[in-house]
Design a protein around this ligand. Structure first.
Ligand SMILES: [Zn+2]
Length: 134
């Protein structure tokens, strides 16, 4: 039994494009980031909820860690096997990359995780709390 995706290939490409531009994966009308390193709670246009239950952010961390490791692996193999650079200088480069890349990729890891979640099960809608004034 596989995961039944709720989107066709064209929609998946559209969602991926929105993710790369840090836009809401559901409507593409607003940014998911308000300030650097601050993800919106929900989309002000379509009310798709970005900050879901506790622990939802772990998927974004996973996307960040896996992408960082893949990039480091590719850069390591490229410089050692193709360029033929010295091992010590490649290690220094990889160390700097391991510190900088996850920080620079923070917003996109959130965006990709939200896009993945939107493709698989759609994002729930935010319902503002009802006013207690009468
Ligand atoms: Zn939206």
């Amino acid at each position: 039994m596989g995961i039944a995706l709720k989107k066709d290939f064209g929609q998946i490409k559209e969602v991926l494009g929105r993710c790369l531009r840090l836009l809401c994966p559901a409507c593409g009308e607003s940014k998911i980031v308000t300030h650097p390193f601050h993800i919106r709670h929900h989309c002000p246009h379509c009310f798709a909820l970005f900050k879901r239950e506790d622990g939802f952010f772990v998927g974004a961390i996973l996307a960040n860690v896996v992408t960082t490791e893949l990039v480091i692996l590719v850069v390591c193999f490229f410089f050692l096997l193709i360029v033929g650079a010295q091992y010590q200088s490649v290690l220094a480069l990889l160390f700097v990359m391991a510190l900088v890349f996850p920080v620079a990729f923070y917003h996109h890891s959130w965006s990709l995780w939200l896009g993945f979640d939107f493709i698989v099960e759609s994002l729930p809608k935010y319902t503002p709390p009802k006013s207690t004034k009468s």
